[in-house]
Design a protein around this ligand. Structure first.
Ligand SMILES: [Zn+2]
Length: 426
């Protein structure tokens, strides 16, 4: 009878293949590489943080543990859902509802001898600078742009130009269906996440008028149900996209709308997909991207080979294609650059319209922006007294509040940094 074998003792053969890379130099070794005793010497002291314990995170934790990393932390605020089980292989049905970080850590520690994984079931924003300072490398397996922006800018902020140890490389993996990317960011030396925001394909926003008058696609009918019908019929009731009754209601509404306009294809699953903005996840794409991220972690930790410089994209949806390029730093990056960005603006717009324009820009996924210009507070969202005091400015014209060439600063609770713009009146 076959039973799962657990490595109980540290056999001399355990790191045989990794030792081929770590105990001698080769033609591809990084020029600073000094051969050593194997993974113990290189990795025992390398404290590494994994952010995300989902599709990518499960793979990343497994790979790092099997590559010889001994001291791993993992942060994930999510709990396990039944739909995760087809690819998040560290979880079982009995784990549904439990913390992803805790279950994943326990599973890998049980399976791989000698690794210590410390889980945190919280948001990354709950941890302070001192917490992040203890790591040599951070690896992200996230599906959230906001979390990536936060950790990227936090690591840029931690850099002390006098102290090389304060530079913590960030490895970021991401997948969408058959596509993915792996990248290495060396804070302040290479581009940061914010420098590359314009590569994101913005979620195609359907104009409200299309939703309201002439839907053309099944998704338009679903958006109509959630954006227009829900508030109209349900008033203040908050939509819960995890509540099957809410999804059923939206589905019925969308289906009726689709019938009216002769649009086929609205299903319950599609309704759920559209309102939850679900990105399709494929186990093997996650495995490819996670493996690539972990090889970069191994190379950074050991210098056994030059690391990725700095962006690898993998495209598997039209046959297969990979491409690696060096994304450049942006001098006007709000996080790692030192120049404000130019903002062309019609001075006849009201402040409120300016705020709407800002919200459309890729780098400003703003929710509650506060604005200052020329040393004056133009609009602040909080505290309430200040909001009330500055609210009349929203109806004023830009030219009444600021001048051509003034610097405008925009802050938002969703952004850990301030955006700086130089106004250029059109
Ligand atoms: Zn940057």
């Amino acid at each position: 009878m076959a039973t799962a074998t657990v490595l109980r003792t540290e056999s001399p053969d355990r790191w045989k293949y990794l030792n081929n890379i770590l105990t001698r130099s080769g033609p591809y070794s990084d020029e600073v590489f000094v051969p050593g005793d194997g993974p113990k010497e290189f990795l025992a002291g390398t404290k590494i943080l994994v952010i995300g314990a989902g599709g990518l995170g499960c793979e990343i934790l497994k790979n790092l543990a099997l590559s010889g990393f001994k001291d791993i932390h993992v942060i994930d605020m999510d709990t396990i859902d039944i739909s995760n089980l087809n690819r998040q292989f560290l979880f079982r049905e009995a784990d549904v509802g439990k913390s992803k970080a805790e279950v994943a850590a326990a599973f890998v520690m049980k399976r791989v001898r000698g690794v210590n994984i410390t889980p945190f079931n919280c948001a990354i924003q709950d941890k302070d600078d001192d917490y992040y300072r203890q790591f040599k490398i951070v690896v992200c397996g996230l599906d959230s742009v906001e979390a990536r922006r936060w950790i990227s800018s936090t690591l840029v902020d931690l850099v002390d130009p006098e102290d090389p140890e304060s530079v913590i490389p960030l490895i970021d993996g991401g997948t969408e269906g058959f596509k993915g990317q792996a990248r290495v960011m060396i804070p302040t030396f290479s581009c940061c996440y914010e420098c590359t925001l314009d590569m994101l394909t913005p979620r195609a926003a359907v104009p409200l008028c299309t939703l309201a008058s002439i839907p053309r696609q099944p998704a338009h009918c679903i958006e109509w149900a959630s954006v227009i019908q829900w508030p109209k019929e349900k008033g203040d009731l908050k939509m819960d996209t995890d509540d099957p009754e809410h999804i059923s209601w939206l589905y019925t509404q969308a289906l009726a709308r689709a019938k009216e306009f002769n649009i086929p294809g609205v299903t319950y699953a599609m309704t759920q997909g559209v309102v939850k903005n679900i990105i399709p996840a494929i186990a093997s794409t996650n495995a490819i991207i996670a493996a690539s991220c972990c090889n970069e972690a191994l190379k950074l930790a050991t210098t056994a080979a030059p690391y990725l410089d700095n962006y690898m994209m993998y495209t598997g949806d039209e046959s297969i294609y990979t491409y690696t390029f060096q994304h450049e730093k942006k001098p006007e990056c709000p996080v790692c650059g030192n120049l404000p960005q130019k903002l062309e603006i019609n001075p006849e717009l009201t402040l409120e319209e300016l705020m709407e324009k800002l919200q459309e820009r890729p780098e400003t996924t703003l929710r509650k922006p506060s604005l200052r210009a020329g040393g004056k507070t133009l609009y602040f969202q909080s505290p309430p007294q200040l909001e009330e005091q500055t609210r009349p400015n929203l109806k004023k014209k830009v030219k009444e509040l600021m001048g051509d060439g003034d610097e405008l600063t925009v802050s938002d609770p969703g952004m850990p940094f301030v955006l700086r713009f130089v106004l250029s009146f059109t």
